[in-house]
Design a protein around this ligand. Structure first.
Ligand SMILES: [Zn+2]
Length: 420
């Protein structure tokens, strides 16, 4: 009944074919109309869809035919693309400047990789709300106002900023298949350590010491299979006291990871109230989403200020410094967009404009020849994650042919080393 009868009906139905050109044109038109209607429906429900896809990654893999087309392309790319080529070392000529031999103190350079923190909501960068009450009291802190991210999601931005490629040249499979900034620093002779309170370093730290603190069972800082970012500072005090080698320490934050912003901070940091307490953003007002998001930044402010306090307290024994750079921004309802990951070409400013902060102890400034007044004057210069690789090499006085001084944001503020 359900097979033969309809087939018979179909067989008997006369089909009038138009000529091939009109037929093709008609089908193309219908396809475009479908895509437009689908797009409009999706955009109108973006708030709900964005959090749905974020909370259930598997849905993406159920879309036909993009799932098997994407998987096939991925498979072919992996077998014949650059990922199939031999792994490439970079910066094999890396050495430390002779100035390192004259230092009597050890040094600790901390790089904090932020998560989903956007510059427009950062208090020290001029946001209408004071989301950074502690950092704004930090006189020596330099906050750069015009910094663009390399991607709009962690899986792009993190490998990109450590890769040595500029955003324009960045290719994910090439970057994945070669060493990163951390390998170069380690080869030059620095101890490199990555402390993670998130989902890992996306391949950038595969050959350096990796410490996952996201699953610690600290009763004060951890609950529900997640730890607050202060866990990154746990034991730092004694770590610095016992520092044997000049060290670069990367701290990877949970930061402002959405959509459940309200889970990212302890109650004491809920400065802005009426907060969205759901991971389905369509059930919340935009105000309550922004409130929850802003509270995550208030907590990040506390974590960074606490880190600076620790580093400052140790500066007589160890030269200490901190850089903070967020991986990408976040949409909070502007253009009806939420979360992040919009294709870079289409992504709004909110997803690409990120905070970059620098703090140096007095001993570090003296030892590494950093003029922080000069940096303060340059805080409005246009920068991007392209600058991280070369700025770290320059700051840490690592010599390699890879180094490009024009991308080193500290280069013009290092008068003592101008001769090098
Ligand atoms: Zn991210």
């Amino acid at each position: 009944m359900l097979g033969l009868l309809p087939s018979l009906l179909l067989y008997k139905t006369p089909i009038l074919y138009r000529n091939w050109f009109r037929e093709l044109f008609g089908k193309l038109l219908a396809s475009v109309a479908c895509v437009v209607v689908l797009g409009a429906v999706a955009l109108m429900n973006y708030q709900g869809l964005a959090s749905l896809f974020r909370n259930h990654h598997e849905i993406r893999l159920m879309l036909v035919p993009s799932n098997f087309v994407g998987a096939s392309l991925g498979y072919v790319g992996e077998r014949v693309g650059s990922a199939a080529k031999p792994f490439r070392k970079i910066g094999e000529d890396a050495t430390l400047d002779i100035a390192w031999q004259q230092r009597t103190r050890k040094s600790l350079t901390v790089l904090v990789v932020g998560e989903s923190a956007r510059a427009p909501n950062f208090g020290v960068l001029g946001y209408g709300r004071d989301t950074t009450p502690q950092l704004s009291k930090e006189k020596g802190l330099v906050s750069f106002t015009d910094v663009q991210s390399c991607g709009t999601e962690t899986a792009v931005s993190v490998p990109c900023m450590f890769s040595g490629f500029t955003r324009k040249d960045y290719d994910a499979s090439t970057a994945k298949n070669q060493e990163s900034l951390l390998d170069v620093l380690q080869r030059a002779g620095l101890a490199v350590r990555w402390r993670d309170n998130q989902s890992g370093c996306k391949g950038t730290c595969d050959r350096v010491l990796f410490e996952d603190v996201s699953n610690l069972k600290d009763p004060a800082l951890c609950a529900d299979d997640e730890c607050r970012d202060e866990v990154l500072l746990k034991g730092l005090d004694s770590f610095i006291d016992n520092l044997q080698q000049d060290t670069v320490l990367v701290l990877h934050q949970m930061g402002s990871h959405g959509p459940d912003y309200y889970k990212r901070y302890p109650q004491a940091y809920e400065r802005f109230t009426l907060v969205c307490r759901s991971n389905a953003l369509n059930q919340c007002s935009q105000d309550s989403i922004v409130n929850a998001y802003d509270n995550t930044l208030v907590y990040t402010d506390h974590v960074l200020a606490s880190l600076i306090d620790i580093l400052r307290s140790k500066q007589d024994k160890v030269d200490t410094a901190m850089l903070y750079l967020s991986d990408h921004g976040e949409s909070l309802g502007e253009y009806n967009l939420f979360l992040h990951g919009t294709p870079y070409m289409l992504a709004p400013e909110q997803q690409k404009h990120v905070p970059l902060l620098a703090w140096f102890s007095d001993s570090y400034k003296a030892s590494f020849g950093i003029d922080s007044d000069c940096l303060q004057k340059n805080r409005n210069q246009p920068l991007s994650q392209d600058n991280l690789f070369h700025s770290m090499l320059g700051l840490l006085q690592v010599h390699t042919a890879l180094y490009k001084p024009q991308l080193d944001l500290f280069a013009s503020c290092r008068p003592m080393l101008a001769a090098h």
